[in-house]
Ligand binder design. Structure first.
Ligand code: HEM
Length: 131
């Protein structure tokens, strides 16, 4: 019942929420994430989160995790970052990424919240054009 409740909350959050394990493998992928990236959760469970980003981050994301374990230095966790994501169809789009860290049953997981900035960026460009 608790799981179902959590699921129903996740259905309604407009931002994508993605949970990964310590090796970057996707553990959960919210309904908004499915809409944003064009993949179903079932297709991505166990896949590396790097499928959601363009090169060169795609090839480097595992090393970003390694760097974090080696140094303990947080560069996005608790800070946030405007960066670029990749849709299933190959199109890239601007995002605001927030990452949190948690422990579930003694295992390290990361929760990512992603807001699609496409509309905001287009609005900014229109404002710019009007000036
Ligand atoms: C680190 C890109 C999604 C978890 C990084 C870094 C980059 C990056 C560039 C290294 C930061 C630096 O060294 O300055 C991206 C892009 C994403 C994405 C483009 C687009 C989809 C995610 C998601 C999660 C995640 C969804 C978690 C659910 C992490 C963690 C680190 C990291 C744990 C290391 C800790 C830190 O640097 O604070 N990512 N990432 N990333 N990313 Fe991602």
């Amino acid at each position: 019942a608790r799981e179902a409740h959590l699921r129903s909350i996740l259905e309604t959050i407009p931002d994508a929420m993605i949970v990964i394990d310590a090796r970057g493998r996707i553990l959960s992928f919210s309904a908004a994430a499915e809409r944003m990236f064009g993949y179903s959760e079932a297709e991505l469970l166990g896949e590396n989160v790097s499928v959601l980003m363009p090169s060169p981050d795609r090839e480097r994301h595992d090393s970003y995790l390694e760097r974090y374990y080696a140094t303990g230095e947080r560069r996005i966790i608790g800070i946030g970052r405007v960066t670029t994501a990749r849709h299933r169809d190959g199109a890239t789009f601007p995002i605001d990424l927030h990452i949190g860290e948690a422990e579930i049953d003694g295992r390290r997981v990361f929760t990512g919240f992603i807001r699609d900035l496409t509309e905001r960026q287009q609005a900014e460009l229109r404002v710019h054009d009007l000036q």
